[in-house]
Design a protein. Sequence first.
Length: 113
Amino acid sequence: MKSLDFDADIVQRVSICVYEAEMNVVMHGGDGTISMTVDDTAIVLEVKDDGPGIADINLALTEGYTTAGEEVQQMGFGAGMGLPNIAKNSDHFDIVSQKGNGACLTMRFRIHK
C-alpha cells in the first residue's frame, strides 16, 4: 500500500483491521481467506472463515468480550478487542455470521483525494 502512495493513516488503519481479522481466524475460525480490492473511492477487505461462527454479534462487538480459551489468553491474545478495533478503524464494517456457519467480515476504507 505504501508503494501505491496511500496515506500513512489509511495504511495504518487497514493494517490494524487485517491483523485483528486474521488473528480471529487463527484463534477461532479454522481455515479462512482474506481478499482486498481497491478502486478510485475505497479499499475493501473481506475476510471469510469456516469456523464455529458468531452466536451473538452484538455481544462479540463489546469491548473486552472474548470466547478465546485460556491457552490463547496466556499467549497474550483474546483480550476481546479485535472486532471493536475493526469497527473503530474502518469506515464501514459488516459481519455476516451465525453459530455453526463461519463468518464473513467486510471492511471498507474511504480513499480521500
